[in-house]
Design a protein around this ligand. Sequence first.
Ligand SMILES: O=c1ccn([C@H]2C[C@H](O)[C@@H](COP(=O)(O)OP(=O)(O)OP(=O)(O)O)O2)c(=O)[nH]1
Ligand SMILES: [Mg+2]
Length: 179
Amino acid sequence: MRTRGFEIVSAYQNAGVKLPARQTKNAAGYDFFAREDFVLKSIWRYDFIRLFRLIKNEHPLTDSDLQRAGKILKPLLVPTGVKAYMQPNEVLILANRSSNPLKRGLVIPNGIGVIDADYYGNPDNEGEIFIQMVNFSPRDVVIEQGERIGQGIFMPYLLADGDTGTGAKRIAGFGSTGR
Ligand SMILES: O=c1ccn([C@H]2C[C@H](O)[C@@H](COP(=O)(O)OP(=O)(O)OP(=O)(O)O)O2)c(=O)[nH]1
Ligand SMILES: [Mg+2]
């Protein structure tokens, strides 16, 4: 019986993507692997621009500085090549590996990722799971294909009294339901 699990997104069937896996007997988290090499730029690049301008006595910062900084400070979406199916009353919670901030300065800026059951198979990206990351270490971090980047935990969730649902269908992720 198909209850919950992971599948490779069709576009990456032959791309050597590994399905998330637990590492020890009682591990709660399925470790996710990066589907391709990925460079996570350090956020501190912004401070160097700022310092440079201050040294040149050119403050305050211009709009174009801020635009540049905005791009640098934006979290990156590390692609996993994997989608998760589950029961309608279940959710997959994404969490960082605790070694990531310690060893590589990598944090998940949304705290946890919420992967809804109805994200699976959505018409926009088939339900591919992405892990948002920010690199606050002083150096750029290279993630290689197949490296473990985060973990997912399946959980049941509860409904509030009187909640009969909206019936609305999920068509994508990352802000698809509006602001
Ligand atoms: O770290 C994450 C968080 C979310 N998602 C996907 C799965 C989830 O079902 C969907 C929507 O996530 P969420 O509801 O947390 O974000 P939102 O900003 O409210 O987007 P939406 O308007 O699409 O619900 O985006 C990921 O792939 N990775
Ligand atoms: Mg949402």
